[in-house]
Design a binder for this molecule. Structure first.
Ligand code: SF4
Ligand code: SF4
Length: 234
């Protein structure tokens, strides 16, 4: 199949290079997410009338399964609000890297947790208790808030996005099915990466952050390889 290099399209290239379009979507998503938490906790207890149930478990879940993952692969994770407050806290900044980074622990996740088991268990728990989640708004509110705070807590203890990589129930599911998507992130020339000084896509630089997912683009060969890559790292 003929491949189309989307970054050759000026509109897409500019949108990807600028930090503002993603930030704008992030903020809208974060406001919607916090609203869903509040609606779940203090809104109507009638599930079919509560914003958190209707928005999260019906509208968002349907869009994720039917549109986002089949067409955009991991695209959802580029606008997901869950890791956002933790990431801002971890970086000590919202946009460009700050002159002085906060002194968090920045630990590496222990090797025994660097696999897909916690994600699978959290997904299984969501599936097992789906009937309660789908009908009880305050449980949905608690779960949404717990995910936000868990992502924040892990961000100030561990480096990069520990919650996304090892705990998020949705992340594992998206990673698996994103292989069917027509969109993929790949390098153009491996040699360029081999000689690239500092590997800023992974290590970051004064101009930008390294990949929060602990993924090195030079090693990407499939949409699953990011997981293989970071699972096999020491
Ligand atoms: S892995 Fe989960 S929390 Fe992280 S960006 Fe993706 S959906 Fe959001
Ligand atoms: S993808 Fe990374 S390693 Fe490759 S050229 Fe770009 S910054 Fe350098």
């Amino acid at each position: 199949m003929t491949k189309i290099e989307l970054t050759r399209i000026p509109f897409i290239k500019n949108a990807l290079k600028s930090r503002y379009p993603q930030l704008a979507v992030f903020i809208v998503m974060l406001i919607g997410y916090i609203f869903a938490i509040l609606a779940g906790l203090i809104g109507t207890p009638v599930g079919s009338h509560n914003f958190s149930i209707v928005f999260v478990w019906i509208a968002w879940w349907a869009i994720l399964i039917l549109v986002a993952v089949p067409f955009f692969g991991r695209g959802w994770c580029a606008v997901c609000p869950i890791p956002l407050p933790g990431e801002w806290l971890q970086r000590g900044a919202v946009l460009s890297p700050p002159d002085k980074r906060p002194k968090w622990l920045n630990l590496r996740v222990p090797k025994m947790f660097r696999n897909i088991w916690l994600q699978n268990i959290s997904f299984l728990l969501l599936a097992l208790f789906s009937s309660v989640l789908l009908t009880t708004p305050n449980i949905t509110g608690i779960i949404l808030a717990a995910m936000l705070f868990a992502a924040m807590g892990l961000s100030i203890v561990f480096e990069r996005r520990a919650f996304c990589r090892y705990l998020c129930p949705v992340g594992g599911f998206i990673g698996l099915y994103s292989q069917t998507a027509p969109i993929e992130l790949r390098i153009k020339d491996k040699q360029v990466c081999v000689t690239c000084e500092g590997k800023p896509c992974y290590n970051g630089s004064p101009a930008g952050y390294g990949c929060p997912w602990d993924v090195f683009p030079g090693g990407l060969t499939s949409s699953l390889s990011e997981r293989k890559y970071y699972c096999s790292k020491n």
